[in-house]
Design a binder for this molecule. Sequence first.
Ligand code: FPP
Length: 261
Amino acid sequence: MRLDPQKLRAYYADPPQDISLDDVDLGRIPSHVSIIMDGNGRWATARGLDRSRGHVAGVDSLREAVTTSVRLGLDVLSVYAFSTENWRRPQREVDLLMHLFATTLVKELPLFHQENVRLRFLGDIDALPDRTARVFHQGLDETADHTGMTFALAVNYGSRAEIARAARELARDVAAGRLAPDDVDEGAIGARLYTAGLPDPDLLIRTSGELRLSNYLLWQLAYTEFYVTDTLWPDFDRWEFLRAVAAFQGRSRRFGGVVGS
Ligand code: FPP
């Protein structure tokens, strides 16, 4: 949508053998791409490193994914960074991730300003450690007026909890007489999810070969195309992203209808 062909060509110079920008139709770039970033731990372990090094390397991949999304002209990039189940990880790893989220956000704010990226969070960020929550709110405030791509970071996010929260809000609205029971429809539910106002993802990418949704965007992914790659998240780069977009464009999306209808 906001694609600058010249910048995009320069960004995608020097292609590998199997994929180039010519393999995608720039007129049919997905509007919203969502990514389950997986495999940081395995990437580090395979190199004899501490798992934390995998998360640090994952930050570089995430920065590249944001830049790639901007260059491709996406409307929305969303990523799953920390689930409500991830609190069960060793405390040291949780602390490291919370620290990494905060420091990365502060460090990357200039990129968001430069690229006119608006930040959004999916999940309960007020339950995060103080500094992380504070920095996240600062990121929200500072990018609120940006009009380019939306970057939605799912942190302390769980889809079932999100739907239960929407149901509670609906129940309160009905009980208070603000909403008639017959007006509880898909739109009313969608408007109470963390993703309110965002288009549903067109393409979901999951790295590291796992074939699971892991409690991620269960409602929003109803008609989304899935792309799973064995590549571990720290190795996911602009070319992997392009392979996913090319695969997406090769699919026939029917939304429950039939071809050509
Ligand atoms: C999955 O790898 C990754 C995570 C749980 C954390 C995602 C975090 C980052 C990519 C760091 C940067 C993020 C931000 C927002 C700054 P895993 O640990 O589940 O890997 P494994 O399955 O190999 O153990």
